[in-house]
Design a binder for this molecule. Structure first.
Ligand code: AOS
Ligand code: ZN
Ligand code: ZN
Ligand code: ZN
Length: 424
């Protein structure tokens, strides 16, 4: 299943009239609209390989049909998303759910689809068949040196796979922690984890980074060894300049002010980037923007402000990735919705009148400050995002075109209706 450029052009023609009308309505209110369009075109969001199949829950899995059966097919799926939206130009792999045995062929296939390999994800939260020792009581924190060694070696192997693919970051999420008071010594667990991370850190190639993801709870329900941004920042500060803290939006305790966390990590030069998703309760991994799009906008507002203050390139200086998966939608449609929600929040943040906002802050004009933020948030930027996408060669309405082309039906014909993508 491949979507050709001429098909996109034909599809766009059918929507062009309405687009022109909607675009000019919003464009005339935007200062320097061509700069905004350019930033939108450059911005790319990485797709995790495990989101291409239907997600499981603790209670069951309802597999979809036509899911990718191999890494090749995962790359093809992301290539198709990217052809439609021109904003999904990277794929993030997970070892061992994806084993890129033939790195050269995978690199070539990705290049054909204009994709690069984003951060590599290691997995020490599940035991794998044939593994010598178990992660039941943790991995990098484990009291048994043999378990720590196995987990360290796994991470180093993941770096090697990534090097062959041209990736430049290792993303580490640890399930390590404890379920009951007294089960572990907090300082002991921290120290052992730090020492293990130091060994992994010293195996990083020169231009590589390690991203340390935190998570408040689950699968451990009493303590998590990298449980919040403070703990992650402690690790990444002690590790050194190649270590950064990764923010997954679903990994906070309820009502945490994520935008403030983001702002300070960015100020310290320690923000790795994101796992975008949305949630109502915990690590729900729902479609980005489906529950709280205002929070997403406020996060992007801090990002744009903080990155501009530090002279950073919005598109390339942080890691932008989706980490979502669930049971009830076509995963590809879900990813199109997620990428769109991210682009919308980013576009809205680009419209904030930052000069007026800082004047309002300076004079403690609280009402004006809120008005300025909400003026941007309540602007319908969808025609701007669509315009940027069309100029880049994508479809004006990626989801509409996905349905019009009957992509899923075609994938089912190609791959069959009983396919299970590897993943959670
Ligand atoms: C787990 O809760 C984390 O969000 C991880 O980032 C991710 O979902 C997992 O590591 C899959 O690689
Ligand atoms: Zn995550
Ligand atoms: Zn998570
Ligand atoms: Zn999550």
């Amino acid at each position: 299943m491949k979507i050709e450029q001429y098909q996109i052009a034909e599809y766009n023609n059918s929507l062009l009239k309405a687009q022109e009308r909607n675009y000019s309505f919003v464009a005339e209110k935007v200062n320097n609209v061509s700069a905004v369009l350019k930033l939108l075109q450059e911005f790319q969001v990485a797709i995790p390989s495990w989101a291409l199949g239907t997600g499981g829950t603790r209670f069951g899995r309802f597999s979809g049909a036509g899911e990718p059966r191999s890494l090749e097919e995962k790359i093809e799926d992301v290539g198709m998303l990217h052809a439609l939206n021109q904003s999904s130009g990277a794929i993030s792999l997970h070892i061992p759910w994806d084993i890129p045995d033939n790195a050269a062929a995978m690199k070539a296939l990705a290049a054909q689809h204009n994709l690069r390999f984003d951060a590599m994800n290691s997995n020490t939260f599940q035991d794998q068949p044939g593994q010598a020792v178990s992660y039941k009581y943790g991995s990098l924190q484990h009291t048994d040196k043999a378990v720590r060694k196995q987990a360290i070696e796994h991470n180093i192997e993941v770096i090697k796979y990534g090097e062959a693919l041209g990736s430049d970051a290792l993303s580490v999420w640890l399930a390590d922690g404890s379920c009951f008071p007294g089960q572990l010594n907090f300082r002991g667990a921290f120290q052992r984890t730090l020492e293990s991370l130091q060994e992994i850190y010293s195996a990083l190639p020169d231009h590589w980074k390690v991203w340390v993801e935190y998570k408040a709870f689950e699968p451990n329900f009493y303590s998590t060894t990298v449980g919040d941004w403070g703990q992650s920042l402690l690790f990444t500060s002690k590790l050194g300049p190649k270590a950064y803290t990764l923010v997954d939006l679903g990994h906070h305790l309820p009502n945490a002010n994520i935008e403030q966390i983001v702002s300070l990590l960015l100020m310290e030069g320690k923000l790795a980037g994101f796992h975008f998703n949305d949630s109502k309760y915990g690590d729900d991994d729902l479609t980005v923007g489906s529950i709280n799009p205002y929070q997403l906008f406020l996060i992007f507002n801090e990002l744009v402000d903080g990155m501009n203050a530090r002279g950073m390139n919005h598109a390339t200086d942080l890691g932008w990735m989706i980490d979502a998966s669930h049971n009830v939608k076509d995963p590809l449609e879900d990813l199109l919705q997620s990428v769109e929600a991210i682009m919308i929040a980013y576009a809205q943040a680009l419209l904030v009148d930052t000069k007026a906002l800082s004047a309002a802050q300076q004079s403690n004009d609280v009402v004006a400050a809120q008005e300025i933020l909400q003026q941007a948030y309540r602007t319908d930027v969808r025609p701007l995002v669509a315009q940027a996408r069309m100029l880049a060669g994508g479809a004006l309405d990626p989801l509409g075109m996905y349905r019009q082309q009957k992509v899923r039906e075609n994938l089912i014909k190609e791959r069959g209706s009983k396919t299970v993508a590897t993943g959670l």
